[in-house]
Design a protein around this ligand. Sequence first.
Ligand SMILES: Cc1ncc(C[n+]2csc(CCOP(=O)(O)OP(=O)(O)O)c2C)c(N)n1
Length: 494
Amino acid sequence: SVPEWDLEKCVQCNRCSLVCPHAAIRPYLVTADEKAKAPADFKTKKAIGKGLEDYEFRIQVSPLDCYSCSACVNACPAQALTMKPLETQRHESVDWDYAQTLPEKHTTLDKFSVKGSQFHQPLLEFNGACAGCTETAYMKILTQLFGPRMIVANATGCTQAWGSAMPSIPYTTNCEGFGPAWSNSVFEDNAEFALGMSLSMEQQRDAIRIKSEELLGLTDGALHDAIKAWIDSIGVANEGEVTEGISRTYIKELMAAHLTGRAADLQKEILAHKEHIIKKTIWMYGGDGWAYDIGYGGLDHVLAMNANVNIMLVDTEVYSNTGGQSSKATPIGAVAQFAASGRKFNKKDLGRLLMTYGHIYIAQVALGADPNQLIKAIKEAEAYNGPSIIIAYAPCINHGIKGGMGNAQHEMKRAVDCGYWHLYRYNPLFKEEGKNPFILDSKEPQQSFREYLMGETRYAALTRTFPDIAEELFAKAEEFAKKKYETYKELADK
Ligand SMILES: Cc1ncc(C[n+]2csc(CCOP(=O)(O)OP(=O)(O)O)c2C)c(N)n1
């Protein structure tokens, strides 16, 4: 089965696209001219929203790329998507092919919003992950926000397995040929691998800066202004986003300029390395087995320095790729390999450990619980001129969620509502402004913690296999979660 879109019911929120693990359902903005040239059944409706007045709107499914997980159907607040047998939807492939030819529209819609982000081409698509996987959506949105200037250092694990099912690679490029540069290292040194990339990028960009400063004194007019604007933008707040347009102008002016003598030599040297003019964003990506356990030494080492690197840590609470072994992120009471009678120890609180340094941006997020908080955290982490880590809750097929992985996004919400997973941001910049750096984004838990546990086989199974231990461990788990929330509340109230 694949989703069928009901144009009448759709409210154009783009949540379906946000949660799709495989980028097989996407929103499109269509001009009148594009509509006129479209296949006959390429139905559209008037786009809603400020700045979208000139466009029609359409949700397009790729029936042959969909994995049938139903995550989009479950995320839709308007029941505008229904799963239908593939045979009834095959014709949509023609529309999908046409949608792929439509250029991305530049609107005034905020890129850092649920709706706005989804009009940007995902530069991660049709990966080899399980149907309903939640790891993929976190990386997908990063590629929508920063993809063309993004470098990814991927630790070993599921993220690397579905991210490089050789010879096919799900990371892709936009129409200008730019996309994430991706590479994979081993568990043990992924953080150092990313640090090396960061140092290299900085050196190469600095070399451009030195040459640009010399060229500035040898030029006038539009080129002079472009060089000056670029030099002045180095080190400003939110540099990556700010310098994108400035860098493009600099490259354009430099390419068009007719220079002689020393200026011409500098022009040639700078243009030979023009890919370093735009500021890159470096992201480590990996699971809890990497970050909490095997790669923790390196992670801690790199975070303790002041490099401008970012981490997207997808916490599945087990070593997913090798079949679900327990890690230090596995919570007390959960059944995993090497913990057949339930894990006996509390989960490591990685975020709070790292807070002791004071200079690291840290966020805990869960897409299905609060996508706006996730996007806010991503924006702040990338803009922060220092190390940042986002710890993202990523329910996994190993958890045995009731109703399957199509419910994984709801499961994240349930986890937050019952106090199993907490949302927060720790931003050292707030401290500089004299404010509390810790913001608790989770509300007081309202739902039943025990009911949440019983909705997942990794917990529920223990009541059958080890009923005596189960009761004791679940009580401890609940107590631990409560204490954790109280601690976070204290931090937030300081
Ligand atoms: C040093 C080392 N030990 C074990 C392995 C085998 N291995 C490959 S992937 C993996 C699981 C990764 O788990 P995690 O980091 O949590 O990522 P996930 O698969 O959950 O995304 C393991 C144990 C390895 N590659 N290197």
